[in-house]
Design a protein around this ligand. Structure first.
Ligand SMILES: Cc1cc2nc3c(=O)[nH]c(=O)nc-3n(C[C@H](O)[C@H](O)[C@H](O)COP(=O)(O)O)c2cc1C
Length: 474
C-alpha cells in the first residue's frame, strides 16, 4: 500500500510517505532560503518521497526560532521559495509549507527582546523559551497575529506550493492558546475549551480568506499535551490541577479536530506532547549533551537561560540522563493509535508521525486504516533514500536512525544532518554527510569542482578534496 497514490482535494500524492518538517539553519540572516535549503529539500524529492512538509516558516518578522531559520513574514521571501518548489515539483514531489509562530517558546535571538516572550498569559516556564517570563498578548497583538497567518498563507499560495499546514502543535503560539496550563485568559481567547480554540478558529478563517476554498489547508495538531514530560517547572499553578499537570487530553483534541473539519480544514497531521522537544513528538532518547550545548550558547539572553545552563553544567550527566530521560522511550510508531482515533472519530485524512522507519510497520499502519499517510523526519535525515529501500522490498536501511535526537538540538547551532556517531565509521564520514547537502552553490548548476577528481588544496593546507571544495562553495 505504501506505493498507492492518495488524493486530498486537488492534490494527489504518488505514494504514502511524506518528509515531515525539518527546521534548520538553512536561510540567510534575513530569513530568505539559501541554496543549502534548496539542496536539502531537493534531495528528499529526488529520493522518492510523495511530498515534503517544510520546516515551520515563521509568520512573525520578530519571533525567529532560531536565527537563520526560514521566514515567510514578508513578500520578499516568495521568489526564492517559488524557485525551489518548481524544482521539487519537477521531481514529481508535492510541497506543503508549514507556517507558525513560536510565541513564548522562541529559544534564541540576536538580542533579547520582549516579543519573544509573547503568549496567551504571563507566567514562568523553565524549559521552553529563553525569556524569563511570558508576556500576555493584548487583543491588538492577537489581531495582528491572525493577520500575519493570513498573509503568510497568501504567500504560500503564491510560491506555487500545493498546500499550507498550520502549526497548532509543538508548544508554539496556537498550542499555547489551546493548552489550559498556559492559557489563563478570561476574555474570548481563554477560560473554556471553546474559547481556547478561538485563536485557531480565527487563524483558519484568515488563511481560508487568503488562499480560497480550492487550496489544501492542513493543521498539525497534538493528540495529548502531557505537560510535565519531561519534568518542567512552570507557574503559577492553576486549577483544575489535572489540566495544569497534563494539559489537554485526546478527547479535547478530538473535539478540536471535529471543529477544524467543520471549518473546512482538509487534513490533520497528528503529533504528540507539548513543546519541542518532547518525548511524544520525537520519541527516543533525551540528548543531554546537545541540550547542554544549546543552553550554553543562549545563556547570555536572560537570567532564566543563564540559570538553566548552570543547572545543566553542574548537575552530573548521569543524574541528568535519569531525570531528564523520564518518559523518553524508543517506542516505534508511538502515536499511531492516537492518529487512528483522529481518522475514525474526525473523519479527515490523517498523517501519522513519530518513530516510523520499518517498512512492515508503515505497511501495517496504512493497511489497518489507522492513517492515510505517514510522515518521517529523523529516519529520512539519516537515510534520505529510505523510500527507495522500501521500493526495492527492503525492511529497513543498513544503518538506521537510532532516534538519539542529537539532530533535533544540534541543528539549531550547526548545519542540518545526522549527528549520531554510531552510524558512521569516522568523524570525517559524518562531516562529509552533513556538508554534502549544505554547501552546493546552486541547485541547477553543476558543482564548480569535480568531487571525484584530484584533491583541491584547502586554503589552510589541510582537509581532503571534499572538504576543500565544500568550504570553497560556502
Ligand atoms: C532536526 C529536526 C527539526 C525539526 N523541525 C520541525 C519543524 O520545523 N516543525 C515541525 O513541526 N516539526 C519539526 N520537527 C519534528 C518532526 O517533523 C517530526 O515530527 C519528529 O521528528 C518525529 O518524527 P520522526 O520520528 O519521523 O523523526 C523537527 C525534527 C527534527 C529532528
Amino acid at each position: 500500500m505504501i506505493f498507492e497514490p492518495f488524493t486530498i482535494g486537488d492534490v494527489t500524492f504518488n505514494n504514502r510517505v511524506i518528509r515531515s518538517s525539518i527546521g534548520g539553519r538553512t536561510a540567510y540572516y534575513d530569513g530568505t532560503v539559501s541554496n543549502a535549503w534548496k539542496n536539502f529539500e531537493l534531495r528528499f524529492a529526488r529520493n522518492g518521497v510523495a511530498a515534503i512538509v517544510s520546516a515551520t516558516l515563521n509568520v512573525n518578522p520578530m519571533r525567529w526560532s532560531p536565527l537563520e531559520y526560514p521566514q515567510i513574514s514578508h513578500d520578499k521571501f516568495i521568489t526564492h521559495l517559488r524557485e525551489a518548489i518548481h524544482a521539487i515539483h519537477a521531481e514529481g514531489c508535492k510541497y506543503v509549507i508549514q507556517i507558525g509562530d513560536g510565541g513564548s517558546h522562541v529559544q534564541t535571538s540576536l538580542f533579547s527582546q520582549p516579543q519573544d516572550g509573547y503568549g496567551p498569559s504571563s507566567g514562568f516556564d523553565l524549559l521552553f523559551g529563553y525569556r524569563t517570563r511570558r508576556t500576555e498578548m493584548t487583543l491588538a497583538d492577537i489581531e495582528q497575529t491572525v493577520h500575519e497567518f493570513g498573509q503568510a498563507a497568501r504567500r504560500v499560495r503564491e510560491t506555487g506550493a500545493d498546500g499550507v499546514e498550520i502549526t497548532a502543535s509543538k508548544g508554539y503560539l496556537i498550542h499555547q492558546f489551546l493548552n489550559p496550563a498556559i492559557n489563563r485568559r478570561r476574555d474570548r481567547y481563554g477560560g473554556s475549551v471553546e474559547r481556547r480554540f478561538q485563536l485557531l478558529r480565527e487563524v483558519i478563517g484568515a488563511v481560508r480568506r487568503q488562499v480560497g476554498d480550492d487550496f489544501m489547508v492542513g493543521v498539525r495538531i497534538s493528540a495529548w499535551d502531557r505537560n510535565y514530560l519531561p519534568i518542567d517547572i512552570r507557574w503559577p499553578v492553576t486549577r483544575p490541577l489535572r489540566a495544569f499537570l497534563r494539559g489537554n487530553d485526546i478527547d479535547t483534541y478530538l473535539r478540536y479536530g471535529r471543529w477544524l473539519r467543520d471549518l473546512g480544514v482538509d487534513y490533520l497531521h497528528v503529533s504528540n506532547g507539548y513543546g519541542f522537544i518532547n518525548p511524544g513528538e520525537t520519541p527516543g532518547r533525551f540528548p543531554v549533551d546537545e541540550v547542554r550545548q544549546f543552553a550554553n550558547s543562549t545563556r547570555h539572553l536572560s537570567a532564566k537561560a543563564a540559570v538553566r545552563a548552570t543547572i545543566l553544567n553542574v548537575v552530573p550527566k548521569m543524574l541528568l540522563d535519569r531525570v531528564l530521560g523520564i518518559g523518553w522511550t524508543t517506542g516505534e510508531a508511538a502515536n499511531l493509535r492516537d492518529a487512528q482515533r483522529f481518522r475514525q472519530e474526525v473523519g479527515l485524512p490523517v498523517i501519522a508521525n513519530g518513530g516510523f522507519q520499518r517498512r512492515s510497520l508503515v505497511e501495517e499502519a496504512l493497511e489497518s486504516g489507522a492513517c492515510d499517510l505517514i510522515s518521517m523526519a529523523r529516519p529520512l535525515l539519516a537515510n534520505p533514500d529510505l523510500v527507495e529501500v522500501f521500493r526495492q522490498g527492503g525492511e529497513a536501511p543498513a544503518r538506521p536512525c537510532t532516534f538519539c535526537n542529537r539532530c533535533a538540538i544540534r541543528t539549531t547551532l550547526f548545519p542540518l544532518g545526522c549527528y549520531e556517531p554510531l552510524r558512521f565509521d569516522s568523524d570525517a564520514e559524518m562531516e562529509a554527510q552533513i556538508l554534502d547537502w549544505s554547501a552546493r552553490p546552486d541547485v541547477t548548476e553543476p558543482l564548480p569542482w569535480d568531487p571525484s577528481g584530484p584533491a583541491i588544496p584547502s586554503p589552510a593546507g589541510s582537509g581532503d578534496a571534499r572538504r576543500a571544495g565544500h568550504l570553497g562553495g560556502v
